[in-house]
Write a protein that binds this ligand. Structure first.
Ligand code: 8YV
Length: 332
């Protein structure tokens, strides 16, 4: 008998076939409250689940009593209560390396878009405001040779540092839980405590996962440390930055601009003050949203699910200790 798997996101035909070869798959339209109720009996029988979005707290896990493996089509897993998964012997697989370069490209895009005011000036051109040679009130600021502060030197932080240092001759400051000798050797990056980084960097790029420790890490006091000419970029998780404090800093021009791909509430409310500010570039959480990368993430998540059921959790597993302690994966 094949393990029963719930798929809550559509996949391309080839990946769907690959999944079907290993599992007895039931596809459901999503994991919002309505669907969770509607498909309660399907969830009740699931040994595996794969998709992106949804909230896997105790309540949700109670609806999945047979679950052995959850495969999320994302790098981030802040929507999962990992302690609860561990207690129930459920493996969590994710896709940390499939999106690295694509998110780093977007971060560099936000650096350029904010510093050179690309969306704002494109819009002014579109509406016919370009009537003569542009003068100083249309000028942006340079990116090359400016100092880039990377908060969170993981895979994406490294890929951003590579682009910024080797491509744009930017000195790199970084803050991370541990010093990163490879970043220091390859990109001449300098380790800095967070407060000094905030004070010195021309661009502060936040690439942190959301945890109890990182929630509102970038608070009012830290924002106040930034230079008035500095730009904040966030493409990690919205709640890492105190959004109310950020809006105040932008409105009062204590910082120059912000490039944001993530927000405290997503989708961003249409009446958010952020959308009224010309010095904000706001994007709809598109860090990994390219055809190539979203396919690679889907494929990785499918392979992760298969690997986990075969007891192979060397790669892409958030809690491999579960496999050893409970025998999850191999048995269902
Ligand atoms: C996507 C992300 O938003 O992987 C993550 O953690 O934030 C993004 O790539 C996510 O995969 C949902 O589709």
């Amino acid at each position: 008998m094949k393990p029963a798997v719930v798929l809550y996101k559509s996949l391309s035909d080839d990946l769907r076939q690959r999944l079907n070869a290993f599992f007895d798959v039931t596809e459901i339209p999503g994991l919002d409250e309505e669907n969770v109720k509607k498909y309660a009996s399907v969830l009740q029988k699931a040994h595996g689940i794969i998709g992106s979005g949804g909230k896997f707290d105790q309540k949700m896990l109670d609806r999945l009593p047979q679950l052995k493996v959850a495969s999320t089509i994302s790098a981030g897993y802040d929507k999962y209560d990992v302690d609860a998964l561990n207690a129930r012997g459920i493996l969590l697989m994710h896709t940390p390396s499939a999106l690295t370069d694509t998110v780093a490209d977007l971060l560099m895009g936000l650096v350029l878009a904010t510093a050179r005011r690309l969306p704002e000036l494109a819009q002014r051109t579109r509406v016919g405001e370009w009537r003569d040679n542009v003068c100083a009130d249309w000028f942006g600021s340079d990116v090359h040779h400016k100092t880039l502060g990377v908060v969170g030197m993981g895979r994406i932080g490294m890929a951003l540092a590579q682009r910024a240092h080797l491509g744009f001759s930017m000195p790199i400051l970084y803050n991370a839980r541990h010093q990163h000798s490879e970043a220091e050797q390859r990109f001449n990056a300098t380790y800095c405590d967070l407060d000094s980084l905030m004070a010195k960097a021309d661009f502060v790029c936040i690439i942190l996962p959301l945890t109890d420790q990182t929630h509102h890490l970038i608070n009012r006091e830290r924002l106040a440390n930034m230079k008035p000419s500095a730009i904040l970029i966030n493409a990690g998780r919205g709640p890492v930055v105190d959004e109310v404090a950020l809006i105040e800093a932008l409105e009062n021009h204590t910082i120059s601009a912000a490039g944001l791909d993530v927000f405290e509430q997503e989708p961003l409310a249409t009446d958010s003050p952020l959308l009224q500010l010309p010095n904000v570039v706001a994007l709809p959480h598109i860090g990994s949203a390219t055809h190539e990368t979203r396919y690679a993430m889907d494929a990785t998540a499918v392979d992760n699910l298969i690997a986990a059921f075969n007891g192979q959790v060397q790669e892409n597993c958030v809690n491999p200790q579960v496999a050893n302690s409970s025998g999850a994966g191999g048995e269902f």
